[in-house]
Write a protein that binds this ligand. Structure first.
Ligand SMILES: *Cc1c(COP(=O)(O)O)cnc(C)c1O
Length: 446
């Protein structure tokens, strides 16, 4: 014991070695010292001391890599849930990434009107494009759909009542519950109808001089069947209009294209939602729209104008990176087929099952995996009951152990265990990540 301790080198002596000097030249010096100290401490606790310079270099590099690894980093989504909220929802299109880089690297026209040579407004950037694509008069972009709802309720119903169906007091995920958000917005909820049935007359009877607005919330993540009835936006438009109230539609997904040719049916597109006639339609930017996280509000010009002027709009405003990514993503929708192929979330959702099988087959050729049919889901609170035919790699061996190794690889791979076996569904994996995924699986299986 005493002999071994005496044999341990000092950090000071180690750092003087040419090999360590070279490391300290390219890595943060303090972290190299810290790494050397950690290796010595481990040796003192009984671990083997690196024998040669090469082994020292590897030990230091691995320690520094772990210490400098970003907290937020890229991962591979092999869950089969394409728009996975915990995994960052929609991946961005290359055009959106380029737009972010372009705007981020130097000054931009964020709030500058080049025609006037004067101060402009950030709110102009995506408004015209959103109006063009959805058929709405005007648009405003805020931080997310929850923020859109808060802003709209604050503007139209603070200190007043908001009528909403009991069948729509939904929890979207995490801690986002529609009734909580509404309560935070300073409005008093007036719940109408029952969990399974709400009729237009329920809303009519709830109207009072204190009513500020009527809200319609899309049941994003579940479906109701059986003895059910709901008042649609079209039923509520005349009721709100008669009472002189704005009708707010929390539409959620932001679907911009009809995906029924690919088997995804039953959801309205944003344009169809606007055409139903609500005063304002609110949606997320990073769900089916396939863009950056943001909340998009489209609708009547005077209503949007009031939102823009509310002090809260300043607190909920988006940054230039979001606007750049959103504008570039929206621009792709001018050619629907280009949008479908070029926006990763849509490309993943509409890829043929055969193309996914071919990718799985190619990967399985070099690893110990079976290629099996799978069912992917949309995620992101849209098409909650849709099951999209897909293919998965099923790995043999200790599912829990391999799952943990994949999670802790250089790039985390997130996959699910089904019936005791680890399954990697490829529908939510960008094909350009296949090679990386294959090497990560190979490493996890080794
Ligand atoms: C997803 C969703 C929200 C929350 O959207 P965020 O952009 O995550 O804030 C709100 N309402 C509905 C109907 C949704 O589907």
């Amino acid at each position: 014991m005493t002999d071994l301790r005496r044999a341990l080198p000092s950090v000071g002596a180690l750092i003087e070695r040419p090999a360590m000097q070279a490391l300290a030249d390219r890595l943060p010096r303090a972290l190299v010292t810290e790494a050397l100290r950690a290796v010595i401490a481990a040796a003192r606790a009984g671990a083997a001391l690196p024998a040669e310079d090469d082994a020292w270099i590897r030990a230091v590099e691995s320690h520094v890599a772990e210490r400098t690894r970003p907290s937020l980093r890229a991962a591979i989504n092999a869950t089969g849930v394409v728009l996975h909220t915990n995994l960052g929802r929609a991946p961005l299109a290359p055009a959106a990434l380029e737009a972010i880089a372009e705007v981020a690297r130097a000054a931009s026209t964020l709030e500058y009107d080049v025609a006037l040579g004067a101060r402009g407004s950030r709110h102009v950037h995506c408004a015209a494009l959103l109006a063009e694509l959805t058929g709405a008069e005007d648009a405003l972009v805020v931080n997310n759909c929850a923020a859109a709802l808060v802003l709209a309720l604050q503007t139209f119903a603070a200190g007043r009542e908001t009528i909403v169906s009991r069948g729509e007091l939904v929890e979207i995920g995490g801690s986002f519950r529609v009734p909580d958000i509404m309560a935070t917005s300073g409005t008093t909820l007036v719940e109408v109808g029952t969990t399974n049935r709400t009729h237009p007359d329920d809303y009519r009877r709830a109207l009072s001089p204190r009513t500020g607005t009527i809200v319609k919330v899309h049941r994003s993540n579940f479906a109701q069947e059986g003895f059910v009835a709901e008042a649609g936006v079209r039923d509520l438009v005349p009721i709100a209009a008669e009472a002189g109230l704005p009708l707010l539609h929390d539409f959620g997904s932001g679907l911009m294209l009809d995906l029924s040719p690919w088997g995804l049916t039953g959801e309205l597109t944003a344009r169809e939602a606007v055409a139903e006639g609500a005063t304002l339609v609110m949606m997320s930017g990073d769900k089916l729209l396939g863009g950056p996280q943001c909340g998009i509000i489209v609708g009547a010009r005077d209503a949007i104008d009031r939102l823009r002027k509310h002090p809260l709009a300043r607190a909920l405003r988006v940054d230039k990176l979001t606007l750049a990514a959103l504008e570039a993503t929206l621009a792709l929708y001018r050619e629907p087929d280009r949008a479908r192929r070029g926006i990763p979330a849509l490309a993943m959702l509409t890829a043929s099952a055969e193309s996914i099988r071919a990718r799985a087959d190619a990967m399985a050729a070099t690893i110990d995996a079976r290629v099996e049919p799978s069912e992917a889901t949309v995620g992101g609170g849209a098409f909650p009951t849709a099951r999209i035919p897909s293919w998965a790699l099923t790995l043999g061996g200790d599912a829990n152990a391999i799952q943990a190794r994949l999670r802790n690889g250089v790039v985390p791979v997130i996959a699910r265990i089904e019936a005791g076996r680890l399954r990697l569904d490829l529908r939510g994996v960008d094909p350009s990540d296949d090679a990386v995924l294959l090497s990560l699986i190979t490493a996890a299986l080794a």
